[in-house]
Design a protein around this ligand. Sequence first.
Ligand code: ADP
Ligand code: MG
Length: 693
Amino acid sequence: MRPEILYPLFAPVTTLPGVGPRFAKLIERLAGREVASLCWHLPSGIIDRRFSPKLAAAPVGAIVTLTLTVDAHLPPANRRHPYKVRCRDETGFVHLVFFHARPEYLARVLPEGATRVVSGKLERFGAELQMTHPDHIVTPAEGERLRAVEPVYPMTAGLPSKTLLKAVEGALDRLPALPEWIEPSYLKRRGWLPWREALLAAHRPQSEADLAPEAPARQRLAFDELLANQLALALVRAQQRRLPGRRIEGDGRLRQKAVAALPFALTGSQRQALAEIAADMASPSRMLRLLQGDVGSGKTVVALLAMLNAVETGAQAALLAPTEILARQHHKTIAPLAEAAGVELALLTGRDKGKARSRLLERLADGQTALAVGTHALFQEDVTFRDLALVVIDEQHRFGVHQRLALAEKGRAADVLVMTATPIPRTLMLTAYGDLDVSRLTEKPAGRQPIDTRTLPLDRLDEVVAAVERAIRQGARVYWVCPLVEESEAIDIAAAADRHAHLVRRFGARVGLVHGRLKGAEKDAAMVAFAEGRTDILVATTVIEVGVDVPEATVMVIEHAERFGLAQLHQLRGRIGRGTGRSTCLLLYQAPLGETAKARLRIMRETEDGFRIAEEDLRLRGAGELLGTRQSGLPVFRLADLSVHGELLAAARDDARLIVERDPTLMGPRGSALRTLLYLFERDAVVKTVRSG
Ligand code: ADP
Ligand code: MG
């Protein structure tokens, strides 16, 4: 249960002053649903309202805070003109100017003869000084508070900045003083404030420097968030390590047969990865290893050979894919090799029903089927294995941790191998998996040609179409990708359908279309038609991103390339250059491009090295945007910025490791503070497992 001290922070934002249902929706979109989320919404700028000159000395164009006497209201002759209020101090006059004014309101806040403190930008209109729509009008008593450095928050349309300021103030008023979870000597060395004071300081910047991610208050908050992340991962990991594992050490006879049936030799990094995996499997503790390799680097073969290692000992192995298309593709790659090894292989997807499915499940349950490839259908409750010893999970970031565990549960102390084509930089890897063992496939299989990547503005579409036509005449097959933006799948699908219609008018029926709204069978049919060469062009939304293999495809056109994350572009581009023909990738962008966008597309032209691309993308855009979309499943940080806080992440990792070593149940003196930290950043699930474990 969440500690009581945190209750005020997890109340809905509607409990804050001035926040009704309408503003709550906007705040939710901007920051989040709960009070805590507003606490994490840090200022992005400042306005200095301390400057309080007399009118005669006030510089035009500056933000000034003036003490004025209200002289006279000057309503306009007609509605097109603004309402003016003339004010003065002992040195001069100024007009406060209001468009679309409400006279009753102005009479109330600026009564004639009264003294008011007014803050805003001073302008000149002809010979007169004026201030249009002052930011603040308050009484002299309130004026003192106003003469300060005001934080400016990232905004969203429709939410008045004053409403947001007030809501944040309300949230900060509720901050409890929390027990210190940072190790005292580290806290002292860094010179950080306690949590509450640090959060208040971060919301009350006194200078531009206080806004930087390197500012001490921001560093402390970032560290807290990273520590929660690392501690949660370390606890889960420690728990997995405590579970008994088993030694899996096959005699190699099945692997030999499969390797003999391969039409190519394994690359050095495939062999190295296999050795690392075999060593993990042979050790008595459970394997949790990530196999990372670019699209086309040959992960599937590695997976199969690891699986056969398990089968050689009489056990079973399963390979889990995120989509049906991918499951089928893996099955297709693996089937001839399994056959060569004389091992029974099953494919299980959501489409299997009735008698056929029951027969398949029986053979898995009694162990006659040694290898299973499938989608999440493999998780279903009635699926049982006689002795599942290895689970391989492809493209794991699309699966939640829970699903990963659910499949491992079906086994007896099963080893887990996770495969990903996402070239996650080391820093991000840490936040997503903690200290995970990693094998990397860094070599491209022999015979692959480099891809020629070019960038073009979208208004040169006609040239692109002409180039595609030439390529097709020479026998090329072409992917044409239209972007999928999260906000509106419907609009994007319409765009893809339009492009499809446009290309059909030009090329006739040999143009296919796939997108996320198609049924599984329709999607497969379009993919298969393209793979078998019955269509020359496949128009697609990003559904083709996940590793579908058509070695004959040598051209890829990507529209609005500037909207994609680099990792995503890299994955898409990896769909071509898989055969031995020369491949070309055309990145079409909407001009004009900003500096960052230009730099990003330049990287795509310069390199095919996924790790370099990922590191550069992290540097250019920050972690939040790295994979283009939130669906990546990587953790999203509110306070930490991994492009600058890498050193804090390393410190948090080391700290988490020590904590788990010394106090794995968090029962020691620092433990309860750390539990509060985990709840604060909503890692509750982990706290539960700690208690039960
Ligand atoms: P990934 O899953 O890493 O994207 P795959 O395992 O699907 O890559 O392999 C891509 C293609 O490369 C497949 O057709 C596979 O048979 C082939 N391949 C795998 N390893 C090698 C190798 N060592 N040499 C040549 N081709 C290979
Ligand atoms: Mg693959």
